[in-house]
Design a protein around this ligand. Structure first.
Ligand code: GRF
Length: 220
């Protein structure tokens, strides 16, 4: 694809999800409302009963469950994911509640072209149960982070964050619900900035640019 084509056509996304898929739904809704210049070419899950697959189906989006039990090594599983993503000509991979560690076999080919959403203000509270960790620690603010993915968990360059207050008496679920509302805004807005080519990666820092370039040029 030429840079000219890339800047005119919608960004082609692959979404990986393991659970209910509300972030996937937020992306679908923004695309259908014409506010996000992207197209979801494929939704992949490691869970047969992920509601994300059902959501994709309801919106006519190709979707696939790839069974981890059929692969002895994580690397081989990731190669199967990679093959499916490449077959669907995916340009950018979105991890939207994908609850499985990735290997270099998938991360490297999508270097600077894979983003994750995490329900805390990274680098605070990486890993599982981020909202539970935040409540237990007693922080007064938490939030969500969208970041590029590297081979370490919840570690890559941070693209954008939104803060939310942690209120006295909050349970883990209260906080998770408040953060989720913001996740649904943040993730599509970052994808739109990617599609417009407005992000520049400078080491660990991700800078917002006024002038847009072809997304593929920036993410090279
Ligand atoms: C979200 O809180 C996301 O930040 C985390 O997993 C959850 C997925 O929720 N990585 P959903 O499946 O998108 O509803």
């Amino acid at each position: 694809m030429s840079d000219q084509e890339a800047s005119c056509s919608p960004l082609v996304l692959g979404v990986l999800a393991s659970g209910r898929g509300s972030n996937l739904q937020a992306i679908i809704d923004e695309i259908e409302a014409g506010r996000l210049s992207a197209k979801i070419a494929l939704v992949l899950s490691n869970k047969a009963d992920s509601f994300a697959l059902e959501r994709a189906e309801q919106h006519g989006i190709s979707n696939l469950f790839i069974d981890p039990k059929k692969y002895e090594r994580r690397e081989h599983y990731d190669e199967a994911l990679l093959e499916a993503l490449q077959r669907h000509r995916v340009q950018v991979v979105i991890l939207a509640g994908y609850m499985r560690l990735l290997t270099g076999n998938l991360v490297k080919p999508f270097h600077n072209r894979m983003v994750n959403i995490h329900p805390s203000l990274l680098p605070a509270f990486p890993g599982l149960h981020a909202q539970r960790q935040a409540v237990a620690y007693g922080v007064k603010f938490s939030g969500c982070t969208v970041h590029f993915v590297d081979e370490e968990m919840d570690n890559g360059p941070i693209i954008a964050q939104t803060t939310v207050p942690v209120l006295d008496g909050d349970t883990e679920d209260d906080l998770a619900g408040r953060i989720l509302v913001e996740e649904h805004r943040l993730l599509p807005s970052v994808i739109q900035r990617l599609a417009e080519g407005r992000l520049k990666i400078d080491g660990r820092r991700v800078l917002q640019q006024e002038t847009s370039k072809s997304p593929m040029e920036i993410m090279r």
